[in-house]
Design a protein around this ligand. Structure first.
Ligand SMILES: Nc1ncnc2c1ncn2[C@@H]1O[C@H](COP(=O)(O)OP(=O)(O)O)[C@@H](O)[C@H]1O
Ligand SMILES: [Mg+2]
Length: 140
């Protein structure tokens, strides 16, 4: 594979039925590419958490997965409310998820810390009132 392959995903606001589709589709591709299970796990966890944040906090958005020879680059972007204090949002257990979301089992405040833990590179760009973009790199 000389050229990289890109997959694009729509992420719908508050859609808990198709939520997680982007990361499970990426999981299948990584398996087909023969990537090791340990690396697949890190990529899927990271993408799933970013995707769920776009569903829950970001008002929906778009996902991109670009497959290179030795790494995958995952971008999840939304045009939601943005993150006021990224340092605070990165802390374990910090969550602004409302009660109805917590009742569904989300809102443990571990998403961003887990992305950080499982990825080789994490870039967060966010502007209040404009939206949030996460760029996640996982090396094979
Ligand atoms: N895409 C996003 N848009 C707006 N706020 C976000 C986004 N992603 C995360 N946040 C903020 O960061 C907090 C922490 O995120 P996270 O660690 O994934 O925990 P959780 O999703 O369980 O609340 C969220 O509660 C929210 O306030
Ligand atoms: Mg989260």
């Amino acid at each position: 594979m000389n050229q990289s392959m890109v997959k694009v995903f729509d992420i719908q606001k508050d859609d808990f039925i198709s939520a997680g589709e982007a990361s499970s589709s990426v999981k299948k591709i990584l398996k087909q590419l023969g990537v090791s299970p340990e690396v697949i796990k890190r990529a899927v966890i990271s993408m799933y958490e970013a995707e769920m944040n776009a569903v829950i906090h970001g008002g929906g958005g778009k996902g991109y997965a670009e497959f290179f020879k030795e790494h995958i680059e995952i971008i999840i972007e939304d045009n939601g409310p943005g993150i006021e204090n990224i340092e605070l949002a990165m802390q374990e257990g910090y969550s602004t998820a409302p009660g109805n979301i917590r009742e569904m089992g989300f809102g443990a405040g571990m998403g961003l810390p887990n992305i950080k833990k499982h990825s080789d590179q994490l870039e967060i760009k966010s502007e209040v009132g404009k939206g949030t973009t996460l760029k996640i790199t996982i090396n094979f």
